[in-house]
Design a protein around this ligand. Structure first.
Ligand code: NAP
Length: 287
């Protein structure tokens, strides 16, 4: 039977640490501030934005929401970002994705100052992650590493398999495992012998976006299994990319869905915003 790595518990600890540090910064006259931009009325985006605002209030940050109509032009959106890049009270900026189709996501990501890019999507931050010299990590892979550390799992020398190669999860995930000396394989929809490769994993990270995709015959006995997926099963119930009931008896550690990686993402966003506030106020060196 696997030990469950609880994202609820670990994220609560990360948030408590951020809250304590925020309190110390406030005594120096610094209040970390996060601006969240939402364009249009996508219901899922609305839920995410509300959760981010709640998390800011919970740790003591200032948060500002900018709700723009779906027909906002590229120029209007870029103007707002420019204004926020120059606004002293704001240390982190994020633009909730996906954007309406007529807007150019790449241009929007590029417009956010790398120092305020708390999602770590800007090419300059992505490059820094590649060379292992970074301030911000993308929140979901960073959250996974925090979960791995919380369970005292040593990545050094382990076979790590990441299923998924997206820019926001799979690729940076692989890079973070590599930085900790894992031997990393990235799988995707064109991968041959997926089962065999997965079965070689000491640490298996699933970021596929397909409900219960990882079955028992893809998992080595004693493997650590991290489930990034946030999917819906046949009954519309939230589930992960891993078939938990099949895989849990085999794994040594496993993250549940819900209550695993999910709560870590917002906790890491808070950590990034705190870091941004420290750098912009000269509390931390921006080397
Ligand atoms: P994505 O951009 O759709 O990427 C999915 C990846 O899975 C792609 O690289 C794709 O390969 C690969 N894939 C698809 N079918 C496959 C197959 N049959 N065999 C092997 N690989 C396959 O998704 P994402 O944004 O990375 O998200 C992945 C999952 O994580 C989703 O469930 C999402 O909801 C969840 N997520 C959770 C959080 C959180 O906070 N917990 C945050 C972000 C994402 P190709 O590249 O070849 O198409």
């Amino acid at each position: 039977m696997a030990k469950i790595i609880s994202g609820k518990e670990v994220s609560a600890q990360v948030r408590a640490d951020v809250r304590a540090e925020c309190e110390t910064l406030k005594q120096q006259g610094i209040t970390p501030g996060l601006a969240v931009i939402i364009v249009g009325d996508d219901p899922a985006s609305r839920v995410y934005v509300n959760n981010k605002k709640k998390a800011c209030a919970d740790v003591g940050f200032l948060s500002e929401e900018y709700t723009l109509p779906a027909q906002t032009t590229q120029e209007e959106l870029l103007d707002l970002i420019e204004k926020l890049n120059n606004k002293k009270e704001i240390n982190g900026i994020l633009c909730q994705l996906p954007l309406p189709k007529h807007l150019d996501e790449k241009a929007v990501i590029n417009a956010i100052s790398p120092l305020k890019d708390v999602d770590a999507f800007h090419p300059s931050n992505v490059g820094r992650i590649m060379i292992g010299d970074y301030h911000f990590l993308p929140c979901t892979p960073a959250g996974v590493m925090e979960l791995i550390h919380s369970a005292d799992i040593d990545v050094n020398g382990k076979n790590c398999v990441v299923i998924g190669r997206s820019n926001i999860v799979g690729k940076p995930m692989a890079m973070l495992l590599l930085h900790e000396n894992g031997t990393v394989t990235i799988c995707h929809s064109r991968t041959k012998n997926l089962k065999e490769i997965c079965r070689s994993a000491d640490i298996l990270v699933a970021a596929v976006g397909k409900p219960k995709f990882v079955k028992a015959d893809m998992v080595k006995e004693g493997a650590v299994v991290i489930d990034v997926g946030m999917d819906r099963d046949e009954n519309g119930k939230l589930c992960g990319d891993v078939d938990f009931n099949e895989v849990e008896p085999l794994a040594s550690y496993i993250t549940p869905v819900p209550g695993g990686v999910g709560p870590m993402t917002i906790a890491m966003l808070m950590k990034n915003t705190l870091m941004a506030a420290k750098i912009q106020n000269g509390v931390l060196n921006n080397a």
